[in-house]
Design a protein. Sequence first.
Length: 303
Amino acid sequence: MLLWAARNPWLGQRVPRLRFVRRAVRRFMPGERLTDALDAAEALRARGLGSVFTFLGENVTDLAAARRVVDHYHEVLDQVAERRLETEISVKLTHFGLDIDLDVAFENLDGLAEHAARLGNSVWIDMEGSAYTEDTIALFERSRARHENVGLCLQAYLRRTPTDVERLLSLHPAIRLVKGAYDEPAAIAHRARRDVDAAFVDLGTQLLRAMRDGHVARFIAGTHDVALVKRLAAAAEGLGLERRAVEVQMLYGIRPAEQRRLVAEGFDVRALIAYGEAWYSWYLRRLAERPANVLFALRQLLP
């Protein structure tokens, strides 16, 4: 139901105006402005946590709008460098014009990667719905051939992902593995939680083995499931790697105590800070990922 609501344009125009919804969203994002995200990143740094910024939005259909998004990310890189934050950026290619023209999206990504490289920073490419998987991987391949500071998000619940990992190993990629948050059919994606968890561990182990063999530059477990993080850390140690070979990313505001505990145990942890006005679809997908998130949102109905 939540994933259906995330795709519904009528609800998308009306629900964000509701006060209790805006109150609930504040748990998962510090605000809608870049300055809100920067201030939150500084607070996280004081606790030993890094951060990743994503400016919310997707599926732009106007080249000028895509250009404004890219310009905003260039400003983000400059602001992060000025404040000397441990902050990377994560972008959606449909936010860069992928629905309009693949080459335009690539040019926008390419310029951003060059800017980030000059500042010693990295750019991550988010994975979107399955209709964009092949184009996203193809553009990552083009970009990674030119820039070592570009990473890619892969979704564990897609049945094609083990093959995609093998396809990318020759590029010595940086990979962030997530479970997946789009409503995909059973023909192309695992649907049961236990199957998704098993795929996540299997793929994480596959990536760690490739890291041991020198074929993967970075591996990030993008999950709030600490039990899965611990299983992957044990797999890393079994392969002769340090447990910190498993970097961890969680969303801002979710399981903050666990984030700090993982830092204390020696893991590199970053919080993904989302901001911007286009938060409706993103927020509902976050609710759909974990029942605890839904319960929190429902409590906002109370006075």
